[in-house]
Design a binder for this molecule. Structure first.
Ligand code: ADP
Ligand code: MG
Ligand code: ZN
Length: 629
């Protein structure tokens, strides 16, 4: 913890202690209160051994069997008159020897404790207020920054980053070029009424260069770069996060044109109301403030917000609405070519031996991110330096590679060749199925580079308006989702858990078709999900409003639908086995494939650059040997 956190914390704690001690004084004693008459009664019953009045507290020391001390807080507005009232009784008890002693402690006024603490508090509060007032403009005062955005202006190491420093991410750079143009020359855009997004979300696994890209945009455009991490907004004190957001945008407007970069935006941007009874808590206030600020500044102000996350799925949908982060840029793990370029960038400041072949290194580092590759070269350099060698050799790189991949902390997904082949078959299965489904959106990109949870992925171009799907479209989506599993079953002869997400989605679609959208003849045009949705956490549970018999029919129909889709998919894939294998070979060689390359292969043309390499010479089995069905 640094000072900025400690000082406010101490103040909060002090206030807390004081409030408690006062509350205790005011109310605590009432806990033991017995009626005044009880005091007199106890005295008369000769139960009292000692009797002390101090301030407004009467302490009775009782005899056995009540042995001990009873503290009574009586409302002794005037202890003197109380004394004279009680005098006779006390004297009498004392004389008879029942009461061993009694005394009235003279009122000593305020105790030191009571006197000093309030003064201390007032003093501290004044000091706090004074510090805030006196140092408004002085950033070095820690108290001043409480509630202010903990931003980093400019880049930490002072180096200007440009697109040249970001290797391999060509598509990402293309998309961001537009932002650069806008920041450089906003008038050109605003004059013709072009709509430039307020916010862009960079989505991708850690280490893929999201921060680097954001810095490069600022560097290219020559504007200020204001960066903050989402977790900096999350504070234990209510209202602080929101005021930090406000402050951040104020700062940015002052130094505009500028880029605000919010790293790990998921820390503040989580869906609101997650969990039962999700109240209006600190995080929600912060997020609300962020939404307000995003809406509040106009496009002419020359501020663009970039944010990074690797969990776009947990972001509050409100953040992704038009005018906020309405554009997402996927920053993926680099493919072979990208990796080679990244290695080159990071090798610029290192002395490499002639034996070092970065292309070979790139080939054997499937799944590595830019950060991993930079780390790899750095580890190798450390090894060379440790042995007092002036240049870095291929052995150093191999050694570093082993260290990184075998190290327990390394989560990089480095696949074996067998895994890669299975992934390629799975993805090719999706793609080939999609190609043969007339209503399905075309394949845009296929890759066997692991991303997040999945080993590979097949993207297709989404339609403009995907919210209105027809029955045919939904059915064909089910067929394409099953493509991975069907390909595994057909061409590997065994099936894997890699398809579980596909199967979940296919099942959900089939269930929706049958039970929600009334798309099955047997059940008619009836929605069986009308029982209202019960909100539990973020999951919607549906209550049943139909009979067990209908439930059984729904299950049967869902299964029949999926079975039909499965059969159709198997037909497509077994009819197109040769083409599927050409896609697999291409993927094994290049790791990723564009939509055009895929089309070319499917139409029986040569995909560009589809020359064989020696990299995967372990794959010589012919498709026929693998087939089991
Ligand atoms: P993220 O923000 O996505 O977690 P960073 O931008 O912080 O990743 O990247 C960490 C480091 O990895 C960068 O500082 C850079 O050295 C290296 N790096 C990542 N991607 C690239 C790339 N495409 N080109 C060059 N270096 C990269
Ligand atoms: Mg980062
Ligand atoms: Zn799949």
């Amino acid at each position: 913890m640094n000072n900025r956190r400690v000082i406010p914390l101490v103040v909060y704690l002090l206030v807390l202690v004081l409030v408690f001690s006062w509350a205790n004084k005011a109310f605590g004693r009432d806990l033991n209160q017995v009626p005044y008459s009880k005091v007199v009664e106890l005295l008369r019953q000769e139960q009292v051994r000692k009797f002390v009045v101090e301030d407004q507290t009467i302490t009775l020391y009782l005899r056995a069997p009540y042995e001990g001390e009873t503290t009574i807080s009586a409302a002794l507005a005037d202890p003197e008159s109380f004394r004279s009232e009680m005098h006779e009784l006390l004297q009498q008890q004392s004389d008879s020897g029942v009461l061993e002693s009694y005394h009235f402690v003279p009122d000593k006024g305020f105790s030191a404790y009571e006197l000093i603490l309030p003064l201390l508090v007032v003093g501290l509060v004044l000091l706090f207020a004074w510090a805030m007032l006196m140092n408004r403009s002085n950033n070095s005062n820690p108290l001043n920054n409480f509630g202010k955005a903990r931003t980093v202006l400019g880049v930490p190491d002072g180096k200007k980053v440009t697109f040249a420093d970001v290797a391999g991410a060509d598509e990402e750079k293309d998309e961001l070029q537009e932002v650069v143009d806008f920041l450089k020359n906003p008038d050109k855009f605003t004059e013709i009424g072009a709509r430039i997004p307020h916010g862009l979300l960079l989505v991708g696994p850690p280490g893929t260069g999201k921060t680097l890209l954001a810095r490069a945009v600022a560097g290219e455009a020559g504007v200020q770069f204001l960066s903050i991490s989402g977790s900096d907004f999350v504070e234990m004190y209510v209202g602080v996060g929101a005021s930090r957001v406000r402050d951040l945008f104020e700062q940015a407007k002052k130094i505009a044109p500028a880029i605000i970069f919010i790293d790990e935006i998921d820390a503040v941007g989580r869906k609101r109301g997650s969990g039962l009874g999700g109240g209006h808590d600190e995080k929600e206030q912060t997020l609300n403030q962020l939404l307000v600020e995003m809406d509040g500044f106009s496009r002419t102000e020359g501020v663009i917000v970039l944010a990074a996350t690797n969990r776009p799925d947990i972001l509050d949908p409100a953040l992704l609405r038009p005018g906020r982060f309405d554009r997402q840029i996927h920053v993926g793990r680099p493919d072979v070519k990208g990796r080679e370029e990244i290695l080159k960038v990071h090798a610029r400041d290192k002395k490499l031996d002639a034996s070092v072949n970065l292309r070979t290194v790139a080939r054997s580092t499937a799944g590595f991110t830019g950060a991993d590759l930079s780390n790899l070269l750095n580890e190798a350099a450390i090894m060379a330096a440790r042995d007092n060698r002036p240049v870095l050799t291929m052995e150093d790189l191999n050694e570093a590679m082993m260290k990184i991949t075998a190290g327990p902390a390394k989560k990089s997904h480095v696949q074996t060749r067998k895994d890669l082949k299975e992934t390629a078959i799975h993805e090719a299965g999706h793609a080939v199925a999609i190609y043969h489904l007339p209503t399905h959106d075309p394949v845009r990109h296929i890759s066997i580079i692991p991303r997040g949870q999945s080993l590979g992925s097949t993207w297709y171009l989404p339609k403009d308006d995907s919210s209105n799907l027809t029955r045919n479209e939904m059915y064909e989506q089910i067929v394409s989702l099953l493509g991975g599993r069907v390909a595994e079953a057909l061409f590997i002869g065994d099936i894997s858990v890699g398809a579980s997400n596909d199967i979940d989605r296919a099942t959900k679609l089939a269930r929706d078709m049958v039970a929600r959208y009334g798309m099955c003849e047997k059940l008619g045009t009836v929605s069986y999900l009308d029982g209202g949705e019960v909100f539990i956490g973020r999951d919607y549970q549906t209550t049943k409003s139909y009979s067990e018999k209908v439930a059984g029919t729904i299950d049967d129909e869902v299964k029949a639908l999926i079975d039909r889709a499965y059969d159709q998919c198997r037909q497509i894939l077994s009819d197109n086995r040769d083409k599927l294998y050409r896609v697999v070979d291409f993927l094994l060689e290049k790791e990723s494939m564009t939509g055009e390359q895929f089309e070319a292969v499917m139409q029986g043309r040569e995909a560009e650059e589809a020359s064989a390499t020696d990299l995967f010479d372990g794959f010589e089995e012919t498709p026929e040997q693998q087939e089991t069905t």
